[in-house]
Design a protein around this ligand. Structure first.
Ligand code: GAL
Length: 354
């Protein structure tokens, strides 16, 4: 038995004995009414700006259809999430699906096992358990996007930008000197986004020189600190591009740049004396503002509204005892995986995304 499974079994036993001390961090009903269509949703961390946005979309979508959400925030704590899921399963008498954004992949497997034991459907989102784990339970689903595609779109944004602005190659050496801000090392999005970005540019004949590549773990503050450190070392002048695995880190980078007089809103196009192109992923509202103000060259919509919608469609189908078909979901499913497409966002199409 793996460490996580042992942990899970121990927590399960404790939770059953203690009769489930549920500790939701957001508004939870005082008592659970089995007839009230309430659904439990588990987030790895609501401090994550993107997850927060997704949770708002999910709440809106649920509310619109008369479904109550009990939201649990694990605050990036594996143990806490396991205990939250176990406690919720104990009181989930009507077999309503649970929605899980696992703290890590292993945790996802433990959650899946518990859901299966309790005959409760489980819908994973944002962090994908392995295909093998997913296919081990017929009522397990994953709703997310294919991370490689977002790295590809970032590469397109960067190529278009450097074609339109050759002066962005400040030292005119024909090589883009870049900093990469990465998510958590173990996250599927980190490696697939980063690698696809680099590979796409190289395949297109673009020469790249990494100045720094750091894991800022999706965090705006950590990214801001990383770029401030490079600024303190006098390295900003060498940097011709900052590519970030998400918008939160891109926004942190922009804060650090602005503290040094770089990337001031509405810097005239073509003036790269104090301007470093920054590109992110997610299309957070703050990032869309940054694209509009020109402090960021683009982002990629990580379609949280569509993800929330598909999750609720699956949930509603289970609650109503209906078949889950591609027609019901509005997407083609493959092995219970629903791939919600990313959308490339620049100033040219931003109004369509708003
Ligand atoms: C990614 C998203 C990041 C972060 C991460 C958490 O899809 O782009 O901003 O939220 O998920 O799992």
């Amino acid at each position: 038995m793996s460490r996580v499974s042992k942990l899970f079994t121990a927590v399960a036993a404790a939770a059953t004995l203690a009769c489930a001390a549920v500790v939701p961090t957001q508004a939870a009903p005082a008592a659970i009414d089995a007839n009230s269509n309430s659904i439990s949703v588990f987030y790895y961390s609501l401090n994550d700006l993107f997850i927060n946005q997704l949770s708002a979309a999910l709440q809106d979508r649920a509310l619109a259809n008369g479904i109550k959400l009990r939201q649990y925030d694990a605050n990036d704590d594996l143990m806490r999430q396991i205990s939250q899921i176990q406690s919720a399963l104990v009181i989930n008498k009507d077999g309503a699906p649970i929605l899980v954004n696992p703290v890590d992949t292993q945790n996802g497997v433990a959650a899946l096992r518990a859901a299966r034991q309790n005959k409760v459907p489980i819908v994973f989102f944002n962090r994908k358990p392995s295909d093998e784990a997913l296919s081990s339970y017929e009522d397990a689903w994953y709703v997310g996007s294919n991370p490689a595609n977002s790295g590809y779109y970032q590469a397109e944004i960067v190529m278009d930008y450097f074609k339109a602005h050759p002066e962005a190659d400040r030292n005119k050496d024909g090589v883009i000197s870049y900093v990469m801000l990465k998510g958590e090392p173990s996250h599927q999005d980190t490696s697939l986004r980063s690698n696809t970005f680099v590979r796409t540019l190289l395949e297109d004949g673009v020469k790249l020189k990494p100045i720094a590549s750091v894991n800022a773990n999706w965090s705006q503050n950590r990214a801001q600190n990383e770029i401030s450190t490079l600024a303190d070392r006098g390295q900003l002048e060498q940097i011709e591009l900052i590519v970030s695995n998400n918008d939160a880190m891109a926004l942190g980078a922009i804060n650090a740049l602005q503290a040094e007089g770089y990337n001031i809103p509405n810097t005239p196009a073509g003036d790269h004396s104090k301007y470093i192109p920054v590109v992110g992923i997610d299309a957070l509202p703050q990032a869309l503002d940054a694209v509009e103000r020109g402090t960021m060259i683009g982002t990629v919509l990580n379609d949280y509204t569509a993800v929330a919608d598909v999750m609720m469609r699956i949930t509603e189908a289970y609650l109503n005892g209906e078949q889950i078909t591609d027609e019901v979901l509005g997407y083609t499913t493959h092995e219970h995986i629903i791939d919600v497409p990313y959308v490339k966002v620049t100033n040219e199409n931003i109004s369509e995304v708003r």
